[in-house]
Design a protein around this ligand. Sequence first.
Ligand code: NDP
Ligand code: 2IT
Length: 445
Amino acid sequence: MNAAKVVEDLQRRFPNEPEYIQAVSQVLGTIEEEYNKHPEFEKTNLVERLCIPDRVISFRVTWVNDKGEVKTNFGYRIQHNNVIGPYKGGIRFHSSVNLGILKFLAFEQTFKNSLTTLPMGGAKGGSDFSPRGKSDGEVMRFCQAFMNELYRHIGPDVDVPAGDIGVGGREVAYMFGQYKKLTHEWSGVFTGKGREFGGSLIRPEATGYGDVYFLQEMLKTKNDTVAGKTVLISGAGNVAQYACEKCIQLGAKVLTMSDSDGYIYDPDGIDRAKLDYIMELKNVERGRIKEYVEEYPTAVYHAGEKPWNEKADIALPCATQNEINGDAAKALVANGVIAVAEGANMPSTPEAVKTFQDAKILYSPGKASNAGGVAVSGLEMSQNSERLSWTAEEVDKKLHDIMVNIHENCVKYGTEADGYVNYVKGANVAGFMKVAKAMMAQGIY
Ligand code: NDP
Ligand code: 2IT
């Protein structure tokens, strides 16, 4: 395989999908050497079969808003690869959603799920519907309309969706309810469900906690810990909130959180009480992060900006893709950042990744450090299958063990000659090899 040639070819075939090309390019660039040690891969054109999704489902979603107006959005489900388990991955509702973004997410999910060691294939879905500013009734009607189409393509042993941006416990519950109504069947077809109906304890916390567990492992390689560190977090949603919670528990000082309109900087640190305020603001009132400074006037709100110019020891990007560009990465490095652990999917541009790696700081890609969310989704599937639920302590311990294991695999496959751990390479090679072996075993179809 010549990675550059494959990417060039995909770019020609899918010219309007830059995020998909970006994700493929990063993976192929780092697995090329390993891939070429296995001539049997090339003989069966494994690379092309791996990059192009098994199936792309697209559909129209029509719903009625509170004013009685008829609205139309599009819906997608990308079933990327199911060689190691049922298709598995979140659903994103955001105005920016398009085919290329969902294809990049489904592609990444395949390797991430492989890294968890649990039997899950890769998928992603979503819509350009934005829950922002919508009433609860509108969100419910949209979720039901979305499920009226999607239900025929999913199932507990076929494809198991979950949340992502704009899809949390509320949306999962509405979609699950509609699936049940349409199929006349209760099954573990979704993860991230409410605790009363099969949801796993620690699933809401899992991505953020897992990100910080991974960060702890990275710091351990330098005989360092999270305690006492200053932290920049972007986002104020599910991942950001629980990354913040774990940082607070471990004695770090979180200085920032953000949303798509701007960020807040709190020089005194976001403590437990302040985080409780943010959780209420975002999850119940569905407000904006700028309201934080009305409650805590010593904090400052920066409209239209991202937090990366602030000085801190650690950065946890937990909002969205490409939120750290080359300049932002240079600013972080110049300000002495020692570790970047991605909570979001592909939040760093290729220039940013290069900047972190050239500076030899600890840097982990989302598919490694945010895998805790889907890992606990896998544990939710197990609990649903055996009709049991495990305690929070049990699930948290399994999550912790999985994150430690992913870190070990990154070190195993990503350590370079000078001892620097290239976590991107480590995660990609480890994730890829398992999928590749399963694909080879299952033949050409
Ligand atoms: P949420 O919807 O709960 O929160 C998303 C946060 O990011 C919000 O604060 C949102 O602000 C902000 N945001 C979204 N889009 C943009 C944008 N275009 N520019 C700037 N800020 C933006 O989503 P999650 O916390 O679940 O997801 C965050 C990231 O983590 C995503 O990359 C997701 O793919 C990834 N992830 C999520 C997992 C999960 O289990 N939920 C698992 C693994 C990864 P606003 O309110 O203004 O939109
Ligand atoms: O990006 C992700 O890993 C998720 N949004 C979670 C997917 C899942 O199935 O739990």
